[in-house]
Design a binder for this molecule. Structure first.
Ligand code: MTE
Length: 370
C-alpha cells in the first residue's frame, strides 16, 4: 500500500520532513538498560510497526538529531543498530525465497579494490546499509528492503539512445562482460545530512560513455530508472513524476570519480541499493546517484531530475555537497555517520574537491550547491 502523499502537490514548498518518530519513541525509553534479546524483541516490534502503520513523510527526513531530543537520540542509535541486524537476517531470508535464479554475475565479485580512493571513516556495516535506504519506488520510508525484493533483475535491458553514433540496447550481463570491474571505497552523503561509507564495485562511467559513443554535440547524459507499477508500489503514487530521472554533464560523467555500480560489499549490489546498475557520484548529494537504471540518453538539453521536477526550489541539477549552503529547511554544516553514532563537519564536495572542483570553474553564477 502506498503511504499517502509524501508531499502534497499544493504545499510542497512549506512542508517539513516528518518522521514517524513519536509513534515508536516509547520503545526507546530505557533501552540502554535492556538486554540484547530485549533490544532485538523491540526491534522486531519496531519493524512490525513500521510495516503496519501508515507513515506519512514529506520530502526528505530530518537529520536524527533535529527530529529527536538528544538523550533519546543516543538510545535510538543503539536501537537502530539492533533493528538493522534483525532486519538484515529477515531480508536475506525473503530475498532467498523470492529470487528465481542465482545471480549470474555472482562469480565476478569481489572485484579487485583500487586502493587510490581512501576513506576517513570505517565502512558502514552492510546490515545497516541494506536496511536504511532511500528508494521511493518502494515507499518513502527507509525500510523498503523487503518490498524491493520484488524487483526482477533478469532480463535487465539497458537502452542507450539520443545523440550517439548508433542507439543500441544491451543486457546487464553483456555490459558486465565489456567493462573492467573494480572495487572503490566511497563516502556517500545524503542531502538529508546523513552519510555512510560504501565498498562499491562497478566500473568507471567514462568507460561506459566510451562504449556509448556520444556525438560531440551531446552535452549531458540523462539517466532513467525502470517504471513498473506492478513491482514498485511507490510508482502508483501519482504525485511523483515517475520514472526517477537524473542527469550529469558529459564532463561530470567522464570524470574519474563517476562510477556505475553493479556490486557492493563484495557481491552483486542488493536490490534495495539499486541493483543491478546504479550511479555513485560521491561529490554530490545522494539523490543524484540514481538506482536501477534502464536508460541512458545523450542530449544537448539539461535533463530535469525527479527531485527538481518535484521541488525545484530545494533540489537542483548540480547538487554538489557544500557545508556552507544550507538546504532551505536544514543545515548542511554537519552530517550524521549512520551506524557510528557520530556527527562530523560536512566537507566541501564531500571531500572530493581535488578530483572535481575544476569542473565548476566559470560556472560560479550557477546554483551549484543544492
Ligand atoms: N534512485 C531511485 N531510482 N529512487 C530513489 O528514491 N533515492 C536517492 C538515490 N537514488 C533514489 C535513487 C537518494 S535520495 C539517495 S540518498 C540514495 O539513492 C540512497 O542510496 P542508498 O539507499 O543506497 O543509501
Amino acid at each position: 500500500m502506498v503511504d499517502g502523499p509524501a508531499i502534497a502537490p499544493c504545499s510542497r514548498a512549506r512542508d517539513l520532513p516528518v518522521k514517524a518518530g513519536p509513534r515508536y519513541l516509547s520503545h526507546l525509553v530505557n533501552v540502554r538498560d535492556a538486554s540484547p534479546q530485549d533490544i532485538a524483541g523491540r526491534a522486531v516490534a519496531f519493524l512490525g510497526n513500521m510495516a503496519m502503520n501508515v507513515i506519512r513523510r514529506r520530502g526528505w527526513e530530518l537529520p536524527e538529531r533535529v527530529a529527536t531530543p538528544e538523550p533519546l537520540f543516543v538510545d535510538r542509535r543503539t536501537f537502530l543498530a539492533a533493528a538493522a541486524a534483525v532486519a538484515a537476517s529477515s531480508t536475506t531470508a525473503v530475498a532467498q525465497r523470492l529470487s528465481d535464479l542465482p545471480d549470474p554475475s555472482a562469480s565476478l565479485y569481489p572485484a579487485k579494490r583500487t586502493e587510490k580512493y581512501v576513506l576517513d571513516r570505517p565502512i558502514t556495516d552492510e546490515a545497516i546499509n541494506t536496511t536504511y535506504n532511500n528508494f521511493y519506488e518502494f515507499g518513502s520510508a527507509k525500510t523498503i528492503a523487503k518490498a524491493a525484493q520484488a524487483l526482477k533483475l533478469r532480463p535487465w535491458l539497458i537502452k542507450i539512445d539520443g545523440m550517439v553514433e548508433k542507439p543500441f540496447e544491451l543486457g546487464i550481463d553483456d555490459l558486465l562482460a565489456k567493462m573492467p570491474l573494480e572495487e572503490r571505497l566511497y563516502r556517500h552523503r545524503c542531502v538529508e545530512a546523513w552519510s555512510m561509507a560504501v565498498p562499491w564495485s562497478g566500473f568507471a562511467m567514462a568507460k561506459f560513455v566510451e562504449l556509448a559513443k556520444p556525438l560531440s554535440s551531446a552535452k549531458f547524459v540523462r539517466m532513467e530508472t525502470f517504471l513498473d507499477r506492478s513491482v514498485a508500489s511507490g510508482q502508483r503514487a501519482t504525485w511523483y513524476p515517475w520514472p526517477y530521472v537524473e542527469g550529469l554533464t558529459i564532463e561530470e560523467a567522464t570524470n574519474e570519480l563517476a562510477f556505475l555500480v553493479t556490486g557492493a560489499y563484495g557481491k552483486p549490489v542488493a536490490k534495495q541499493m539499486g541493483a543491478p546498475l546504479r550511479l555513485a557520484v560521491p561529490w554530490k548529494y545522494g539523490f543524484k546517484s540514481i538506482k536501477s537504471i534502464v536508460r541512458f540518453t545523450f542530449t544537448d538539453e539539461r535533463p530535469k531530475s525527479f527531485w527538481e521536477a518535484l521541488q525545484a526550489s530545494e533540489y537542483g541539477f548540480w547538487a554538489n555537497v557544500n557545508p556552507d549552503v544550507p538546504h532551505p529547511r536544514w543545515s548542511q554544516a554537519t552530517e550524521e555517520l549512520i551506524g557510528l553514532g557520530e556527527r562530523r563537519p560536512t566537507l566541501l564536495f564531500n571531500g572530493y574537491g581535488e578530483y572535481v572542483a575544476h569542473l565548476y570553474k566559470g560556472l560560479e553564477t550557477e546554483r551549484l550547491w543544492a
